[in-house]
Each structure stands twice: as structure tokens, then as C-alpha cells.
Design a protein around this ligand. Sequence first.
Ligand code: AVI
Length: 314
Amino acid sequence: MTALATHPNQQFLSEVRAGLSRPQKRLPCKYFYDQRGSELFDQICELDEYYPTRTELTITRRYAAEMAEQIGPRAALVEYGSGSSLKTRLLLDELIDPIAYVPVEICESHLVAAAERIGKRYPLIDVLPVCTDFTQAFALPTFPRMPSHAAAYFPGSTIGNFPPEAARRLLASIRQTVGAGGGAILGIDLQKPVKVLEAAYNDAAGVTAAFNLNLLERINRELDANFSLDDFEHRADYDPEHGRIDMLLVAQREHEVEIAGEPVRFRRGETIHTEHSHKYTLDGFTRLAARAGLTVRKAWTDPRDWFAVVHLVA
Ligand code: AVI
């Protein structure tokens, strides 16, 4: 029997093929973040129209001390993501006698760089990076000094990029990871006027469009594909039924693309769904958290109620 030749990026290829064979074509948003995609995302965070990063930062600046008080002394802070952000430092600065900081991130180079930076700045905290996909439950590392409890930190409203059932599973796995006595501080984006939402995902400078289209460029680069970027246009619509932004790539003409030697056909006007970004109400999020066994103990918001940082306990 001859072994089937596997592509060097087999997992990515399988997910792209599966997503593009569905009646509603789709691509997983986790693949946005290659080097170029991460740079574009950083630019998005600076855009006038993109309010979430700025708003969460304002909330964190204002309430970091209250968040730290809610977390309590001698905690291990377990960050979902590499922790390179200013928000992480604002929170670490206020934590009461923190024992450990555990950044959790799938990209090893980001993780190592961020862990080194944090280690230098906070020499009294044990920095214990974990390289894994945090959407699956994982075990905490062995602590050289035992913290009194673990607190997850998941800023950035990334939870909104998961469909409700996947978001519930992720919250349940956070609960499992932090264990008894643990908690979580989470950023969530809230419902607001549709005009504001649609502008945030259709910015005038076209950075979000470039971010969305970069996914096709990444597929070209890494999966031997021949997408022509001129054949697709970025679109982001608010879906009031599900309370979310849907990001799409719209085929501008009927054509065929080859991905690792296999053809994929597009009709004119056909869409590839690339991302959901859920916008919650505090009540809706409280119900979602409850289905994962978590209670919202406190919520901090900005004066317009555009964004919330919540403290969850088991
Ligand atoms: C990472 N995530 C919370 C962003 C969002 O707003 O859903 C990703 C993004 N997509 C387009 N712009 C920003």
C-alpha cells in the first residue's frame, strides 16, 4: 500500500477544503493571524472607527484596581493569548501579591517573546508560558510557588468570534482550567447602533478589507493556491437576528480557483463567510455564561455601554 502524500500544511489545507465545499462557503477566522494578518489587526485596533480596543483600554485603565480586588491576593493570572498588550500590564500592576503569570498561546514565537518581556518587567512573578490551542481544555503548569487560586484573563472580546455553542464550550473549559475557587476576567463587545458596528468593520481606509483579503493571500502562499484578490470584495454586515457582524468575501465574477491541485468554483456574487463577531447584551452574556456554569459577579462598562469587562466566578 502506498502512503498518501500529505501537504506540509495539512491541517490548514483540510480545514480550507472542508470550508469551501459547503453550500455556504466558509474559512476559519483563526487563520487571519499570520505575520501580515497580525500586523493588519494591530492597524485595525488603531482605526478611528474600530472602538473595541480603545474602549476596553479605557475601562481597564479606570477599573484595573477594582478588577484586581475582585481577583483577590496571591493569584495565578492565566491569560488566554500571549499577553503582549498594555491591558495585561495595567492589570498585573494592580494585582495584589500575584504569584504567577501563565500566558497561553498557540504561536510559540509570540508566546516566548511576550513571556520574556513580562518576566523582565515583573521579576517577582513566576512566568510560566503554555504553548497550546486554548480552545481545548489544558492543564495548568506546575507552579514553583503555589498560588491561592487561578484567574483567567481573556481580553479583546475574542470570545465574540466563537459561535454561541463554541463560546459556551470555551467558557466551560476556562471554568475547568481555573478550577475550584478560580475566576475569570473577560472582555465582551456590547450591542450598539448598527451604524457604529458596520463602520467598525468597513473602515474608510480599507484596512479591514485588506485583513479579510489577506486570508486568500495566505492560502495562496501556504497552500499553493491561485486566488486573484481582484476577484473578491470585502463586506461586513450586521445580522440583527443573531446580534453579530458577519465578515464575507464576495466573488466578483464566476471563476475557478485551484488549491493544492484541486479546483473550487465560484459563482458571481457567491460569498465566503470568514468571521462572526458577536455583540452581546449583558443579560444575554450572563445567560451564556450560566450555561457554562459561570456567574457574572461584576461588570465594568464605559459611559456609552459599548463594551464590558466582566468578572466571572464558578
Ligand atoms: C479579534 N476580534 C475580537 C476582532 C473582532 O472585532 O471581532 C477581529 C476583527 N475582525 C475584523 N476586525 C477585527
